[in-house]
Design a protein around this ligand. Structure first.
Ligand code: MN
Ligand code: MN
Length: 315
């Protein structure tokens, strides 16, 4: 469906993602999303943050800056919003005081989108929101391949914070719950200092693949993307982008930045080069607008969301 014109967008004063039409997500009824190819939803929750909070505001800020994104994708040569039916279905009504209830309502909301036949594009929020998204998607599709872009493993053991669920644990929990298909995990962008020599133990135990930020720089995004496409094959695949995969020089607006990350050109190129994978859901997490400068992190987030939407097959 086409974007609103700039004049319409300015006149009514609302700020849906990409100037798209809006739908209200009804948790009892998948019909409002049934004609959609993709539903974009916000999860304004950062109660899983271990360091600097603020990602709860990302859905609002990304809506605003995404108005600058135009519909035509130069590399793939198609008008994404003319050929795909995409809408902003609003935010999941989270509780800032109750992480368990929040996980449940996220799972219900994303399940509703999936049941309606639309691909969920989820804007967090911190990375703890990925676990309920994966639960919802894998309940429908079975265990999925997971392309995880992040500076961090997010496989922290529960002992570290005396808590099983936070933004450092979604991958450990997803693996433990069998949500990821065997050999289907690839983690891209890892770097920085580790707690110990076994930080990669969880990933290795489940036969996950690790592509460090240095490897991306050395091999180039095309080669890395080709190896990811080979690895995931025709499996249903979920893409989870933690914005801190990108270097703080290009994405300062995030809670746990790590120097030495991907450039914005690399990450956009990498996501674009995944075209052909069977994308069944994605999330973009850890954008913290209050820590940003001149919206550069939010703008990158909006363009990453657009790149991910452009991975969906044309109608
Ligand atoms: Mn991270
Ligand atoms: Mn993360």
């Amino acid at each position: 469906m086409p974007q609103q014109s700039i004049a319409e967008y300015i006149r009514h004063g609302q700020t849906p993602f990409f100037r798209l039409p809006t739908r209200t997500l009804d948790f009892e009824d998948a019909r409002p999303v049934r004609e959609l190819d993709a539903a974009i939803l916000g999860v304004p929750f950062d109660g899983g943050t271990t360091y600097q909070p603020g990602a709860r505001f990302a859905p609002y800020q990304l809506r605003r800056v995404s108005a600058l994104v135009q519909p035509y994708h130069m590399g793939h040569d198609f008008d994404v919003f003319a050929e795909l039916s995409v809408a902003d279905v609003g935010n999941i009504p989270v509780s800032p005081f109750n992480a368990a209830a929040t996980r449940e309502i996220i799972e219900v909301g994303v399940s509703t989108v999936v049941a309606g036949g639309a691909v969920p594009f989820v804007v967090g929020g911190d990375h703890s929101i990925t676990l309920p998204c994966l639960r919802a998607v894998s309940r429908c599709h079975g265990p999925v391949a997971l392309v995880h872009l992040d500076a961090h493993f997010d496989t922290t053991a529960p002992g570290a914070w005396m808590e099983l669920f936070h933004h450092g644990t979604p991958i450990r929990n997803a693996l433990g719950e069998g949500l990821i298909s065997p050999g289907g995990l690839v983690q891209v962008g890892l770097r920085g200092s580790w707690k110990g020599d076994d930080d990669d133990a969880c990933t290795r135990k489940y036969d996950g693949r690790i592509v460090t930020a240095g490897t991306v720089a050395a091999r180039g995004v095309e080669a890395v993307a080709a190896s990811i496409r080979d690895q995931v094959g025709d499996r249903p695949t979920y893409l989870s982008i933690d914005i801190d995969v990108v270097d703080p020089a290009f994405a300062p607006g995030t809670g746990t930045p790590v120097p030495g990350g991907l450039t914005s050109r690399e990450v956009l190129g990498l996501v674009g080069a995944l075209r052909g994978i069977g994308l069944v859901g994605m999330d973009l997490v850890e954008v913290a607008p209050a820590l940003d400068h001149a919206d550069i992190t939010s703008l990158l987030g909006a363009h990453l969301l657009f790149e991910a939407l452009a991975l969906l097959p044309r109608r």
